[in-house]
Design a protein around this ligand. Structure first.
Ligand SMILES: [Zn+2]
Length: 262
């Protein structure tokens, strides 16, 4: 009487064990998604534009993200494993592997959720939409929004020469353009305020047109329609700059950051 039961139960138990092992292996093989950045936003604000990391090195840490270039030579957008440079004349080129960056943040973008966004909605309303895609936790988030835009106001910054001025001074000489009726992609992050010394708190987006011919750091926009995808980032890796921090007084950094980024 017992024998048939045993022969039935054994394959089931084996299957259950196999599933458990596979689940454990999958858990081990896929570490929590994280963001890698070289240097800190504070160092960038203080004028550390020495590119210490090549894009050949950076791409080992992600296929999606944003940043800048050695000597603050424009805005960087990384999308689908390709890295683009938007110069202060808004021309776009793909970044050679030997080019260096003083500050970039990247991740391997694997969205966990996405939703359609219908507009037209302004930048503030888009932020509110993205807020609803962030659970109430302490993580950072990567966001990608593909869509059609009524307008995107972008900026880029001109290449600097030594001695490097603080970023707030560079931003006073930024180029600003408004791209109208354009398709493209917003690439960016949301960081909690508690990380304000490492990266830009709140939302920070760079834009690239669908044909990859224009873009920049986003100052304002109106989204017509699009699709927003999100990925929670549970870990952060910071490659610290070799350049020692300046002795510049730091109490103005929060105001400077607001001026530089918005
Ligand atoms: Zn930016």
């Amino acid at each position: 009487v017992n024998a048939p039961t045993a022969t039935l139960a054994t394959p089931r138990r084996a299957t259950a064990l196999a599933i458990l092992c596979l689940a454990l292996l999958a858990g081990c093989a896929a570490p929590p998604a994280g963001v890698y950045q070289n240097s800190t936003i504070d160092a960038l604000l203080d004028g550390n534009y020495d590119g210490e990391v090549t894009f050949a090195q950076l791409r080992r840490h992600g296929d999606f993200g944003l940043g800048t270039f050695d000597a603050a030579d424009g805005e960087m957008v990384a999308l689908d494993g390709r890295f683009f440079q938007v110069r202060s004349d808004f021309s776009v080129r793909e970044v050679p592997a030997h080019t260096r960056t003083p500050f970039s943040a990247v991740t391997f973008f694997r969205p966990t959720a996405a939703r359609d966004v219908s507009g037209p909605i302004d930048y503030h309303a888009l932020h509110a939409t993205l807020d609803a895609m962030r659970p109430a936790d302490g993580h950072a988030y990567a966001f990608r929004i593909d869509g059609r835009f009524v307008q995107v106001k972008v900026r880029s910054v001109p290449r600097q020469s030594r001695p490097y001025p603080p970023l707030a001074d560079v931003a006073r000489r930024q180029s600003v353009a408004t791209l109208t009726n354009v398709g493209g992609t917003l690439v960016g992050f949301w960081f909690p305020a508690s990380m304000r010394h490492l990266n830009v708190p709140g939302y920070h987006f760079h834009f690239l047109t669908r044909d990859r011919t224009a873009g920049g750091h986003v100052l304002d926009l109106t989204l017509n329609e699009g699709r927003a995808a999100v990925q929670p980032l549970e870990t952060i890796t910071v490659a610290l700059p070799r350049t020692p921090p300046t002795t510049r007084p730091t109490d103005r950094r929060a105001a400077e950051l607001d001026q530089v980024e918005r």
